[in-house]
Design a binder for this molecule. Structure first.
Ligand code: ADP
Length: 492
C-alpha cells in the first residue's frame, strides 16, 4: 500500500526530500547543503554531480527517518531552483561544465547583443520575459560558445536542461523532460503554445534537439529507477510555481508572497497569459495533464531577508536574524527613516540597475532601532509596490495575501505588511509550501488526492494579520517610501 507522497526540493543553497501524508502534513524531511562557487565577480556555479549525489542522499535519508521504503510512496514530484542551467553528454551523462546559477550575471553582454535596437523587451510578447541575465537560454548559449560545443550540439551529442531536467534525467535513467513552468523561464518557449519556439532557439543559437520534451507540471512523466525504483514521477514545478500550488492559489486573482532571501509574489491570472505593462514577469503557474493551464504574473524583489542578514553580518547590529524584531520594536515608529536596499539595483516593478542602496531621513534622533525598523519596513513597502503593479496589470484587487518563507516568523513585519497593504496577510499551517506544492501536484496525478478542491480544503490557516493602521497613515508612509526610492536612482 502506498501511503505517502514524496517531494524533492532542489534549492539554491540546499536539497531537501520531504514526505507528506494524505492530510498534507510532513512525515519526514532530510536536507543537505551543496557548495557555492564564485569563480569570478558576478559568477555563481553549482556542481551538478554534487547536486545529484546530495539528491540521492536526502531521498535515502528521509525514507530511513520515516522507516519507509520507496514502494511506500504513491508518487514523487520535483521542485527546483529555477533558471540554473546544465549541459551534459547524452552518452555518458556527464556535465560539460558546472551549472550556471540563476543569480549569475555573466550573460549581461550577450543579453545586450540579443536585445539589439529593439531593447530588452524584444522577446517579451512571445516569452513573457525581458532579456535579462536571470533566464536560462542565454546561459546555455554562453556554455556552448565558451566550451566550443556548437558542433557537438549540432551532432545531437548534448542535452540541455534546467535543474529539474537534470534531476529527472538521473532519477529515471535518462528521460529528458522539463515542465511548462521551468520551460517558461528559458526564453525559448512560446508562452501561448507552450512549445519550444524555433525562431527563439535559432536566435539564441541552441539546436532544438538539445532541448527536453515539455510536459505538464502534474501528470504521468516517467517511472523512477535507483533510489526511488518503481515510483512514478508525476510532477515537476519551478520553486515559486510549486509554492503557488502549495498555497492552493487555484483561482484567478489568488496570490502568494514568499519572504526569503528575496521576495517572490505570484498571482494566478487564469487560463491565458497576461503580458505585463508594469514591470512584472508573465509565466506559467502550472499545467495539469488533461486539465487546466494557469498562468501567473510574478514580481521578484532582490533584497528582503538578505537585508536582515546584512544588518547582522555587515553592521553587526544583531547576531541572529530573529533579533531584528526586538530591535525594531524598541522604537515606536520609523522616526521618518527609510532604507531602500537597492544593493544590486531594483528589480520589480522598477527595474533600475542604476539604483543603489540609500538610507534617508537621518537626524540626531535616529538610532539603531529606527534602522532595524526601516530595514523591515522596506520589505513591506517593496511588496506594496509589486502588488500595486499586479493590480494595475490584472485589474484584480486582492482580498488577502497568502504568505510563506523565513521572514514570516517576524510578527512585527507581518502586521506592518497588513497595515501597508490594507488587506489580511495569512500564513498557512504547513509553511513548507514549495515541497508541499510539488507533492500535491504529484499526488493529484495518481489520484492520491482526487482534485484541486480536495487540496484547497487541506489548506489551513495558522495565523492571520488584519490591517489596524489608519488608511491615511498607511498612505502617508508609503508616499514617503516612494520619495526615498527616487533618491536611490541614477547612482551608477
Ligand atoms: P531562502 O529560501 O531564500 O533561503 P528562507 O525562506 O529560509 O530563505 O528565509 C531566510 C531569510 O529570512 C534570511 O534572509 C533571513 O535573514 C530572514 N529571516 C529569518 N528569520 C527572520 C526574522 N525573524 N525576521 C526577519 N527576517 C528573518
Amino acid at each position: 500500500m502506498s501511503r505517502y507522497v514524496g517531494a524533492l526540493d532542489q534549492g539554491t543553497t540546499s536539497t531537501r526530500f520531504m514526505i507528506f501524508d494524505r492530510t498534507g502534513s510532513v512525515v519526514a524531511i532530510d536536507q543537505s547543503e551543496h557548495r557555492q562557487s564564485f569563480p569570478e565577480p558576478g559568477w555563481v556555479e553549482h556542481d551538478p554531480v554534487e547536486i545529484w549525489s546530495k539528491t540521492q542522499a536526502v531521498i535515502e535519508g528521509a525514507l530511513t527517518k520515516a522507516g519507509l521504503v520507496a514502494s511506500d510512496l504513491a508518487a514523487v514530484g520535483i521542485t527546483n531552483q529555477r533558471e540554473t542551467t546544465v549541459i551534459w553528454d547524452r552518452a555518458t551523462g556527464e556535465p560539460v561544465a558546472d551549472a550556471i546559477v540563476w543569480q549569475d550575471t555573466r550573460t549581461a553582454d550577450l543579453c545586450v547583443d540579443l536585445a539589439g535596437d529593439e531593447g530588452p523587451d524584444r522577446f517579451r510578447s512571445r516569452t513573457g520575459l525581458p532579456l535579462a541575465t536571470y533566464f536560462a537560454g542565454p546561459k546555455a548559449r554562453w556554455l556552448l560558445d565558451e566550451h566550443d560545443l556548437h558542433e557537438r550540439a549540432a551532432r545531437g551529442e548534448l542535452a540541455f536542461g534546467t535543474i529539474d531536467t537534470w534531476i529527472a534525467w538521473n532519477l529515471t535513467g535518462g528521460v529528458h523532460v522539463t515542465d511548462v513552468t521551468n520551460a517558461s523561464r528559458t526564453m525559448l518557449m512560446d508562452l501561448v503554445t507552450l512549445a519550444w519556439d524555433s525562431d527563439l532557439t535559432m536566435e539564441l543559437g541552441i539546436p532544438g534537439h538539445m532541448l527536453p520534451q515539455i510536459v505538464p507540471s502534474s501528470g504521468h512523466i516517467a517511472t523512477c529507477t535507483g533510489v526511488l525504483q518503481g515510483v512514478p514521477l508525476t510532477a515537476i514545478l519551478g520553486d515559486q510555481h510549486a509554492a503557488l500550488f502549495g498555497q492552493a492559489c487555484f483561482a484567478p486573482g489568488e496570490a502568494k508572497n514568499t519572504y526569503g532571501t528575496g521576495n517572490f509574489m505570484l498571482m494566478n491570472t487564469g487560463s491565458s497569459p497576461l503580458v505585463s505593462e508594469s514591470g512584472l514577469l508573465s509565466t506559467v503557474g502550472y499545467q495539469i495533464e488533461g486539465g487546466e493551464t494557469a498562468y501567473a504574473l510574478e514580481g521578484s524583489i532582490a533584497v528582503t531577508g538578505s537585508l536582515v542578514q546584512w544588518l547582522r553580518d555587515n553592521l553587526g547590529l544583531i547576531s541572529d536574524a530573529s533579533e531584528v524584531e526586538e530591535l525594531a520594536a524598541s522604537v515606536a515608529d520609523n522616526g521618518d527613516v527609510y532604507f531602500v536596499p537597492a544593493f544590486s539595483g531594483l528589480f520589480a516593478p522598477h527595474w533600475r540597475p542604476d539604483a543603489r542602496g540609500v538610507v534617508t531621513g537621518l537626524t540626531r534622533f535616529a538610532n539603531k532601532g529606527h534602522l532595524a525598523r526601516a530595514a523591515l519596513e522596506s520589505t513591506a513597502f517593496q511588496t506594496k509596490d509589486v502588488l500595486n503593479a499586479m493590480t494595475e496589470d490584472s485589474g484584480v484587487e486582492l482580498s488577502e495575501l497568502r504568505v510563506d518563507g523565513g521572514m514570516t516568523n517576524n510578527a512585527l513585519l507581518m502586521q506592518f505588511q497588513a497595515d501597508i497593504l490594507g488587506v489580511d496577510v495569512v500564513l498557512p499551517r504547513v509553511a513548507e509550501t514549495t515541497a508541499l506544492g510539488a507533492a500535491y501536484a504529484a499526488g493529484l496525478a495518481v489520484g492520491y488526492w482526487s482534485d484541486l478542491n480536495q487540496i484547497r480544503d487541506l489548506w489551513e490557516e495558522e495565523h492571520r494579520w488584519s490591517p489596524s493602521m489608519d488608511v491615511a497613515d498607511a498612505e502617508r508612509l508609503h508616499a514617503r517610501w516612494l520619495q526615498a526610492v527616487e533618491r536611490s536612482f541614477d547612482w551608477v
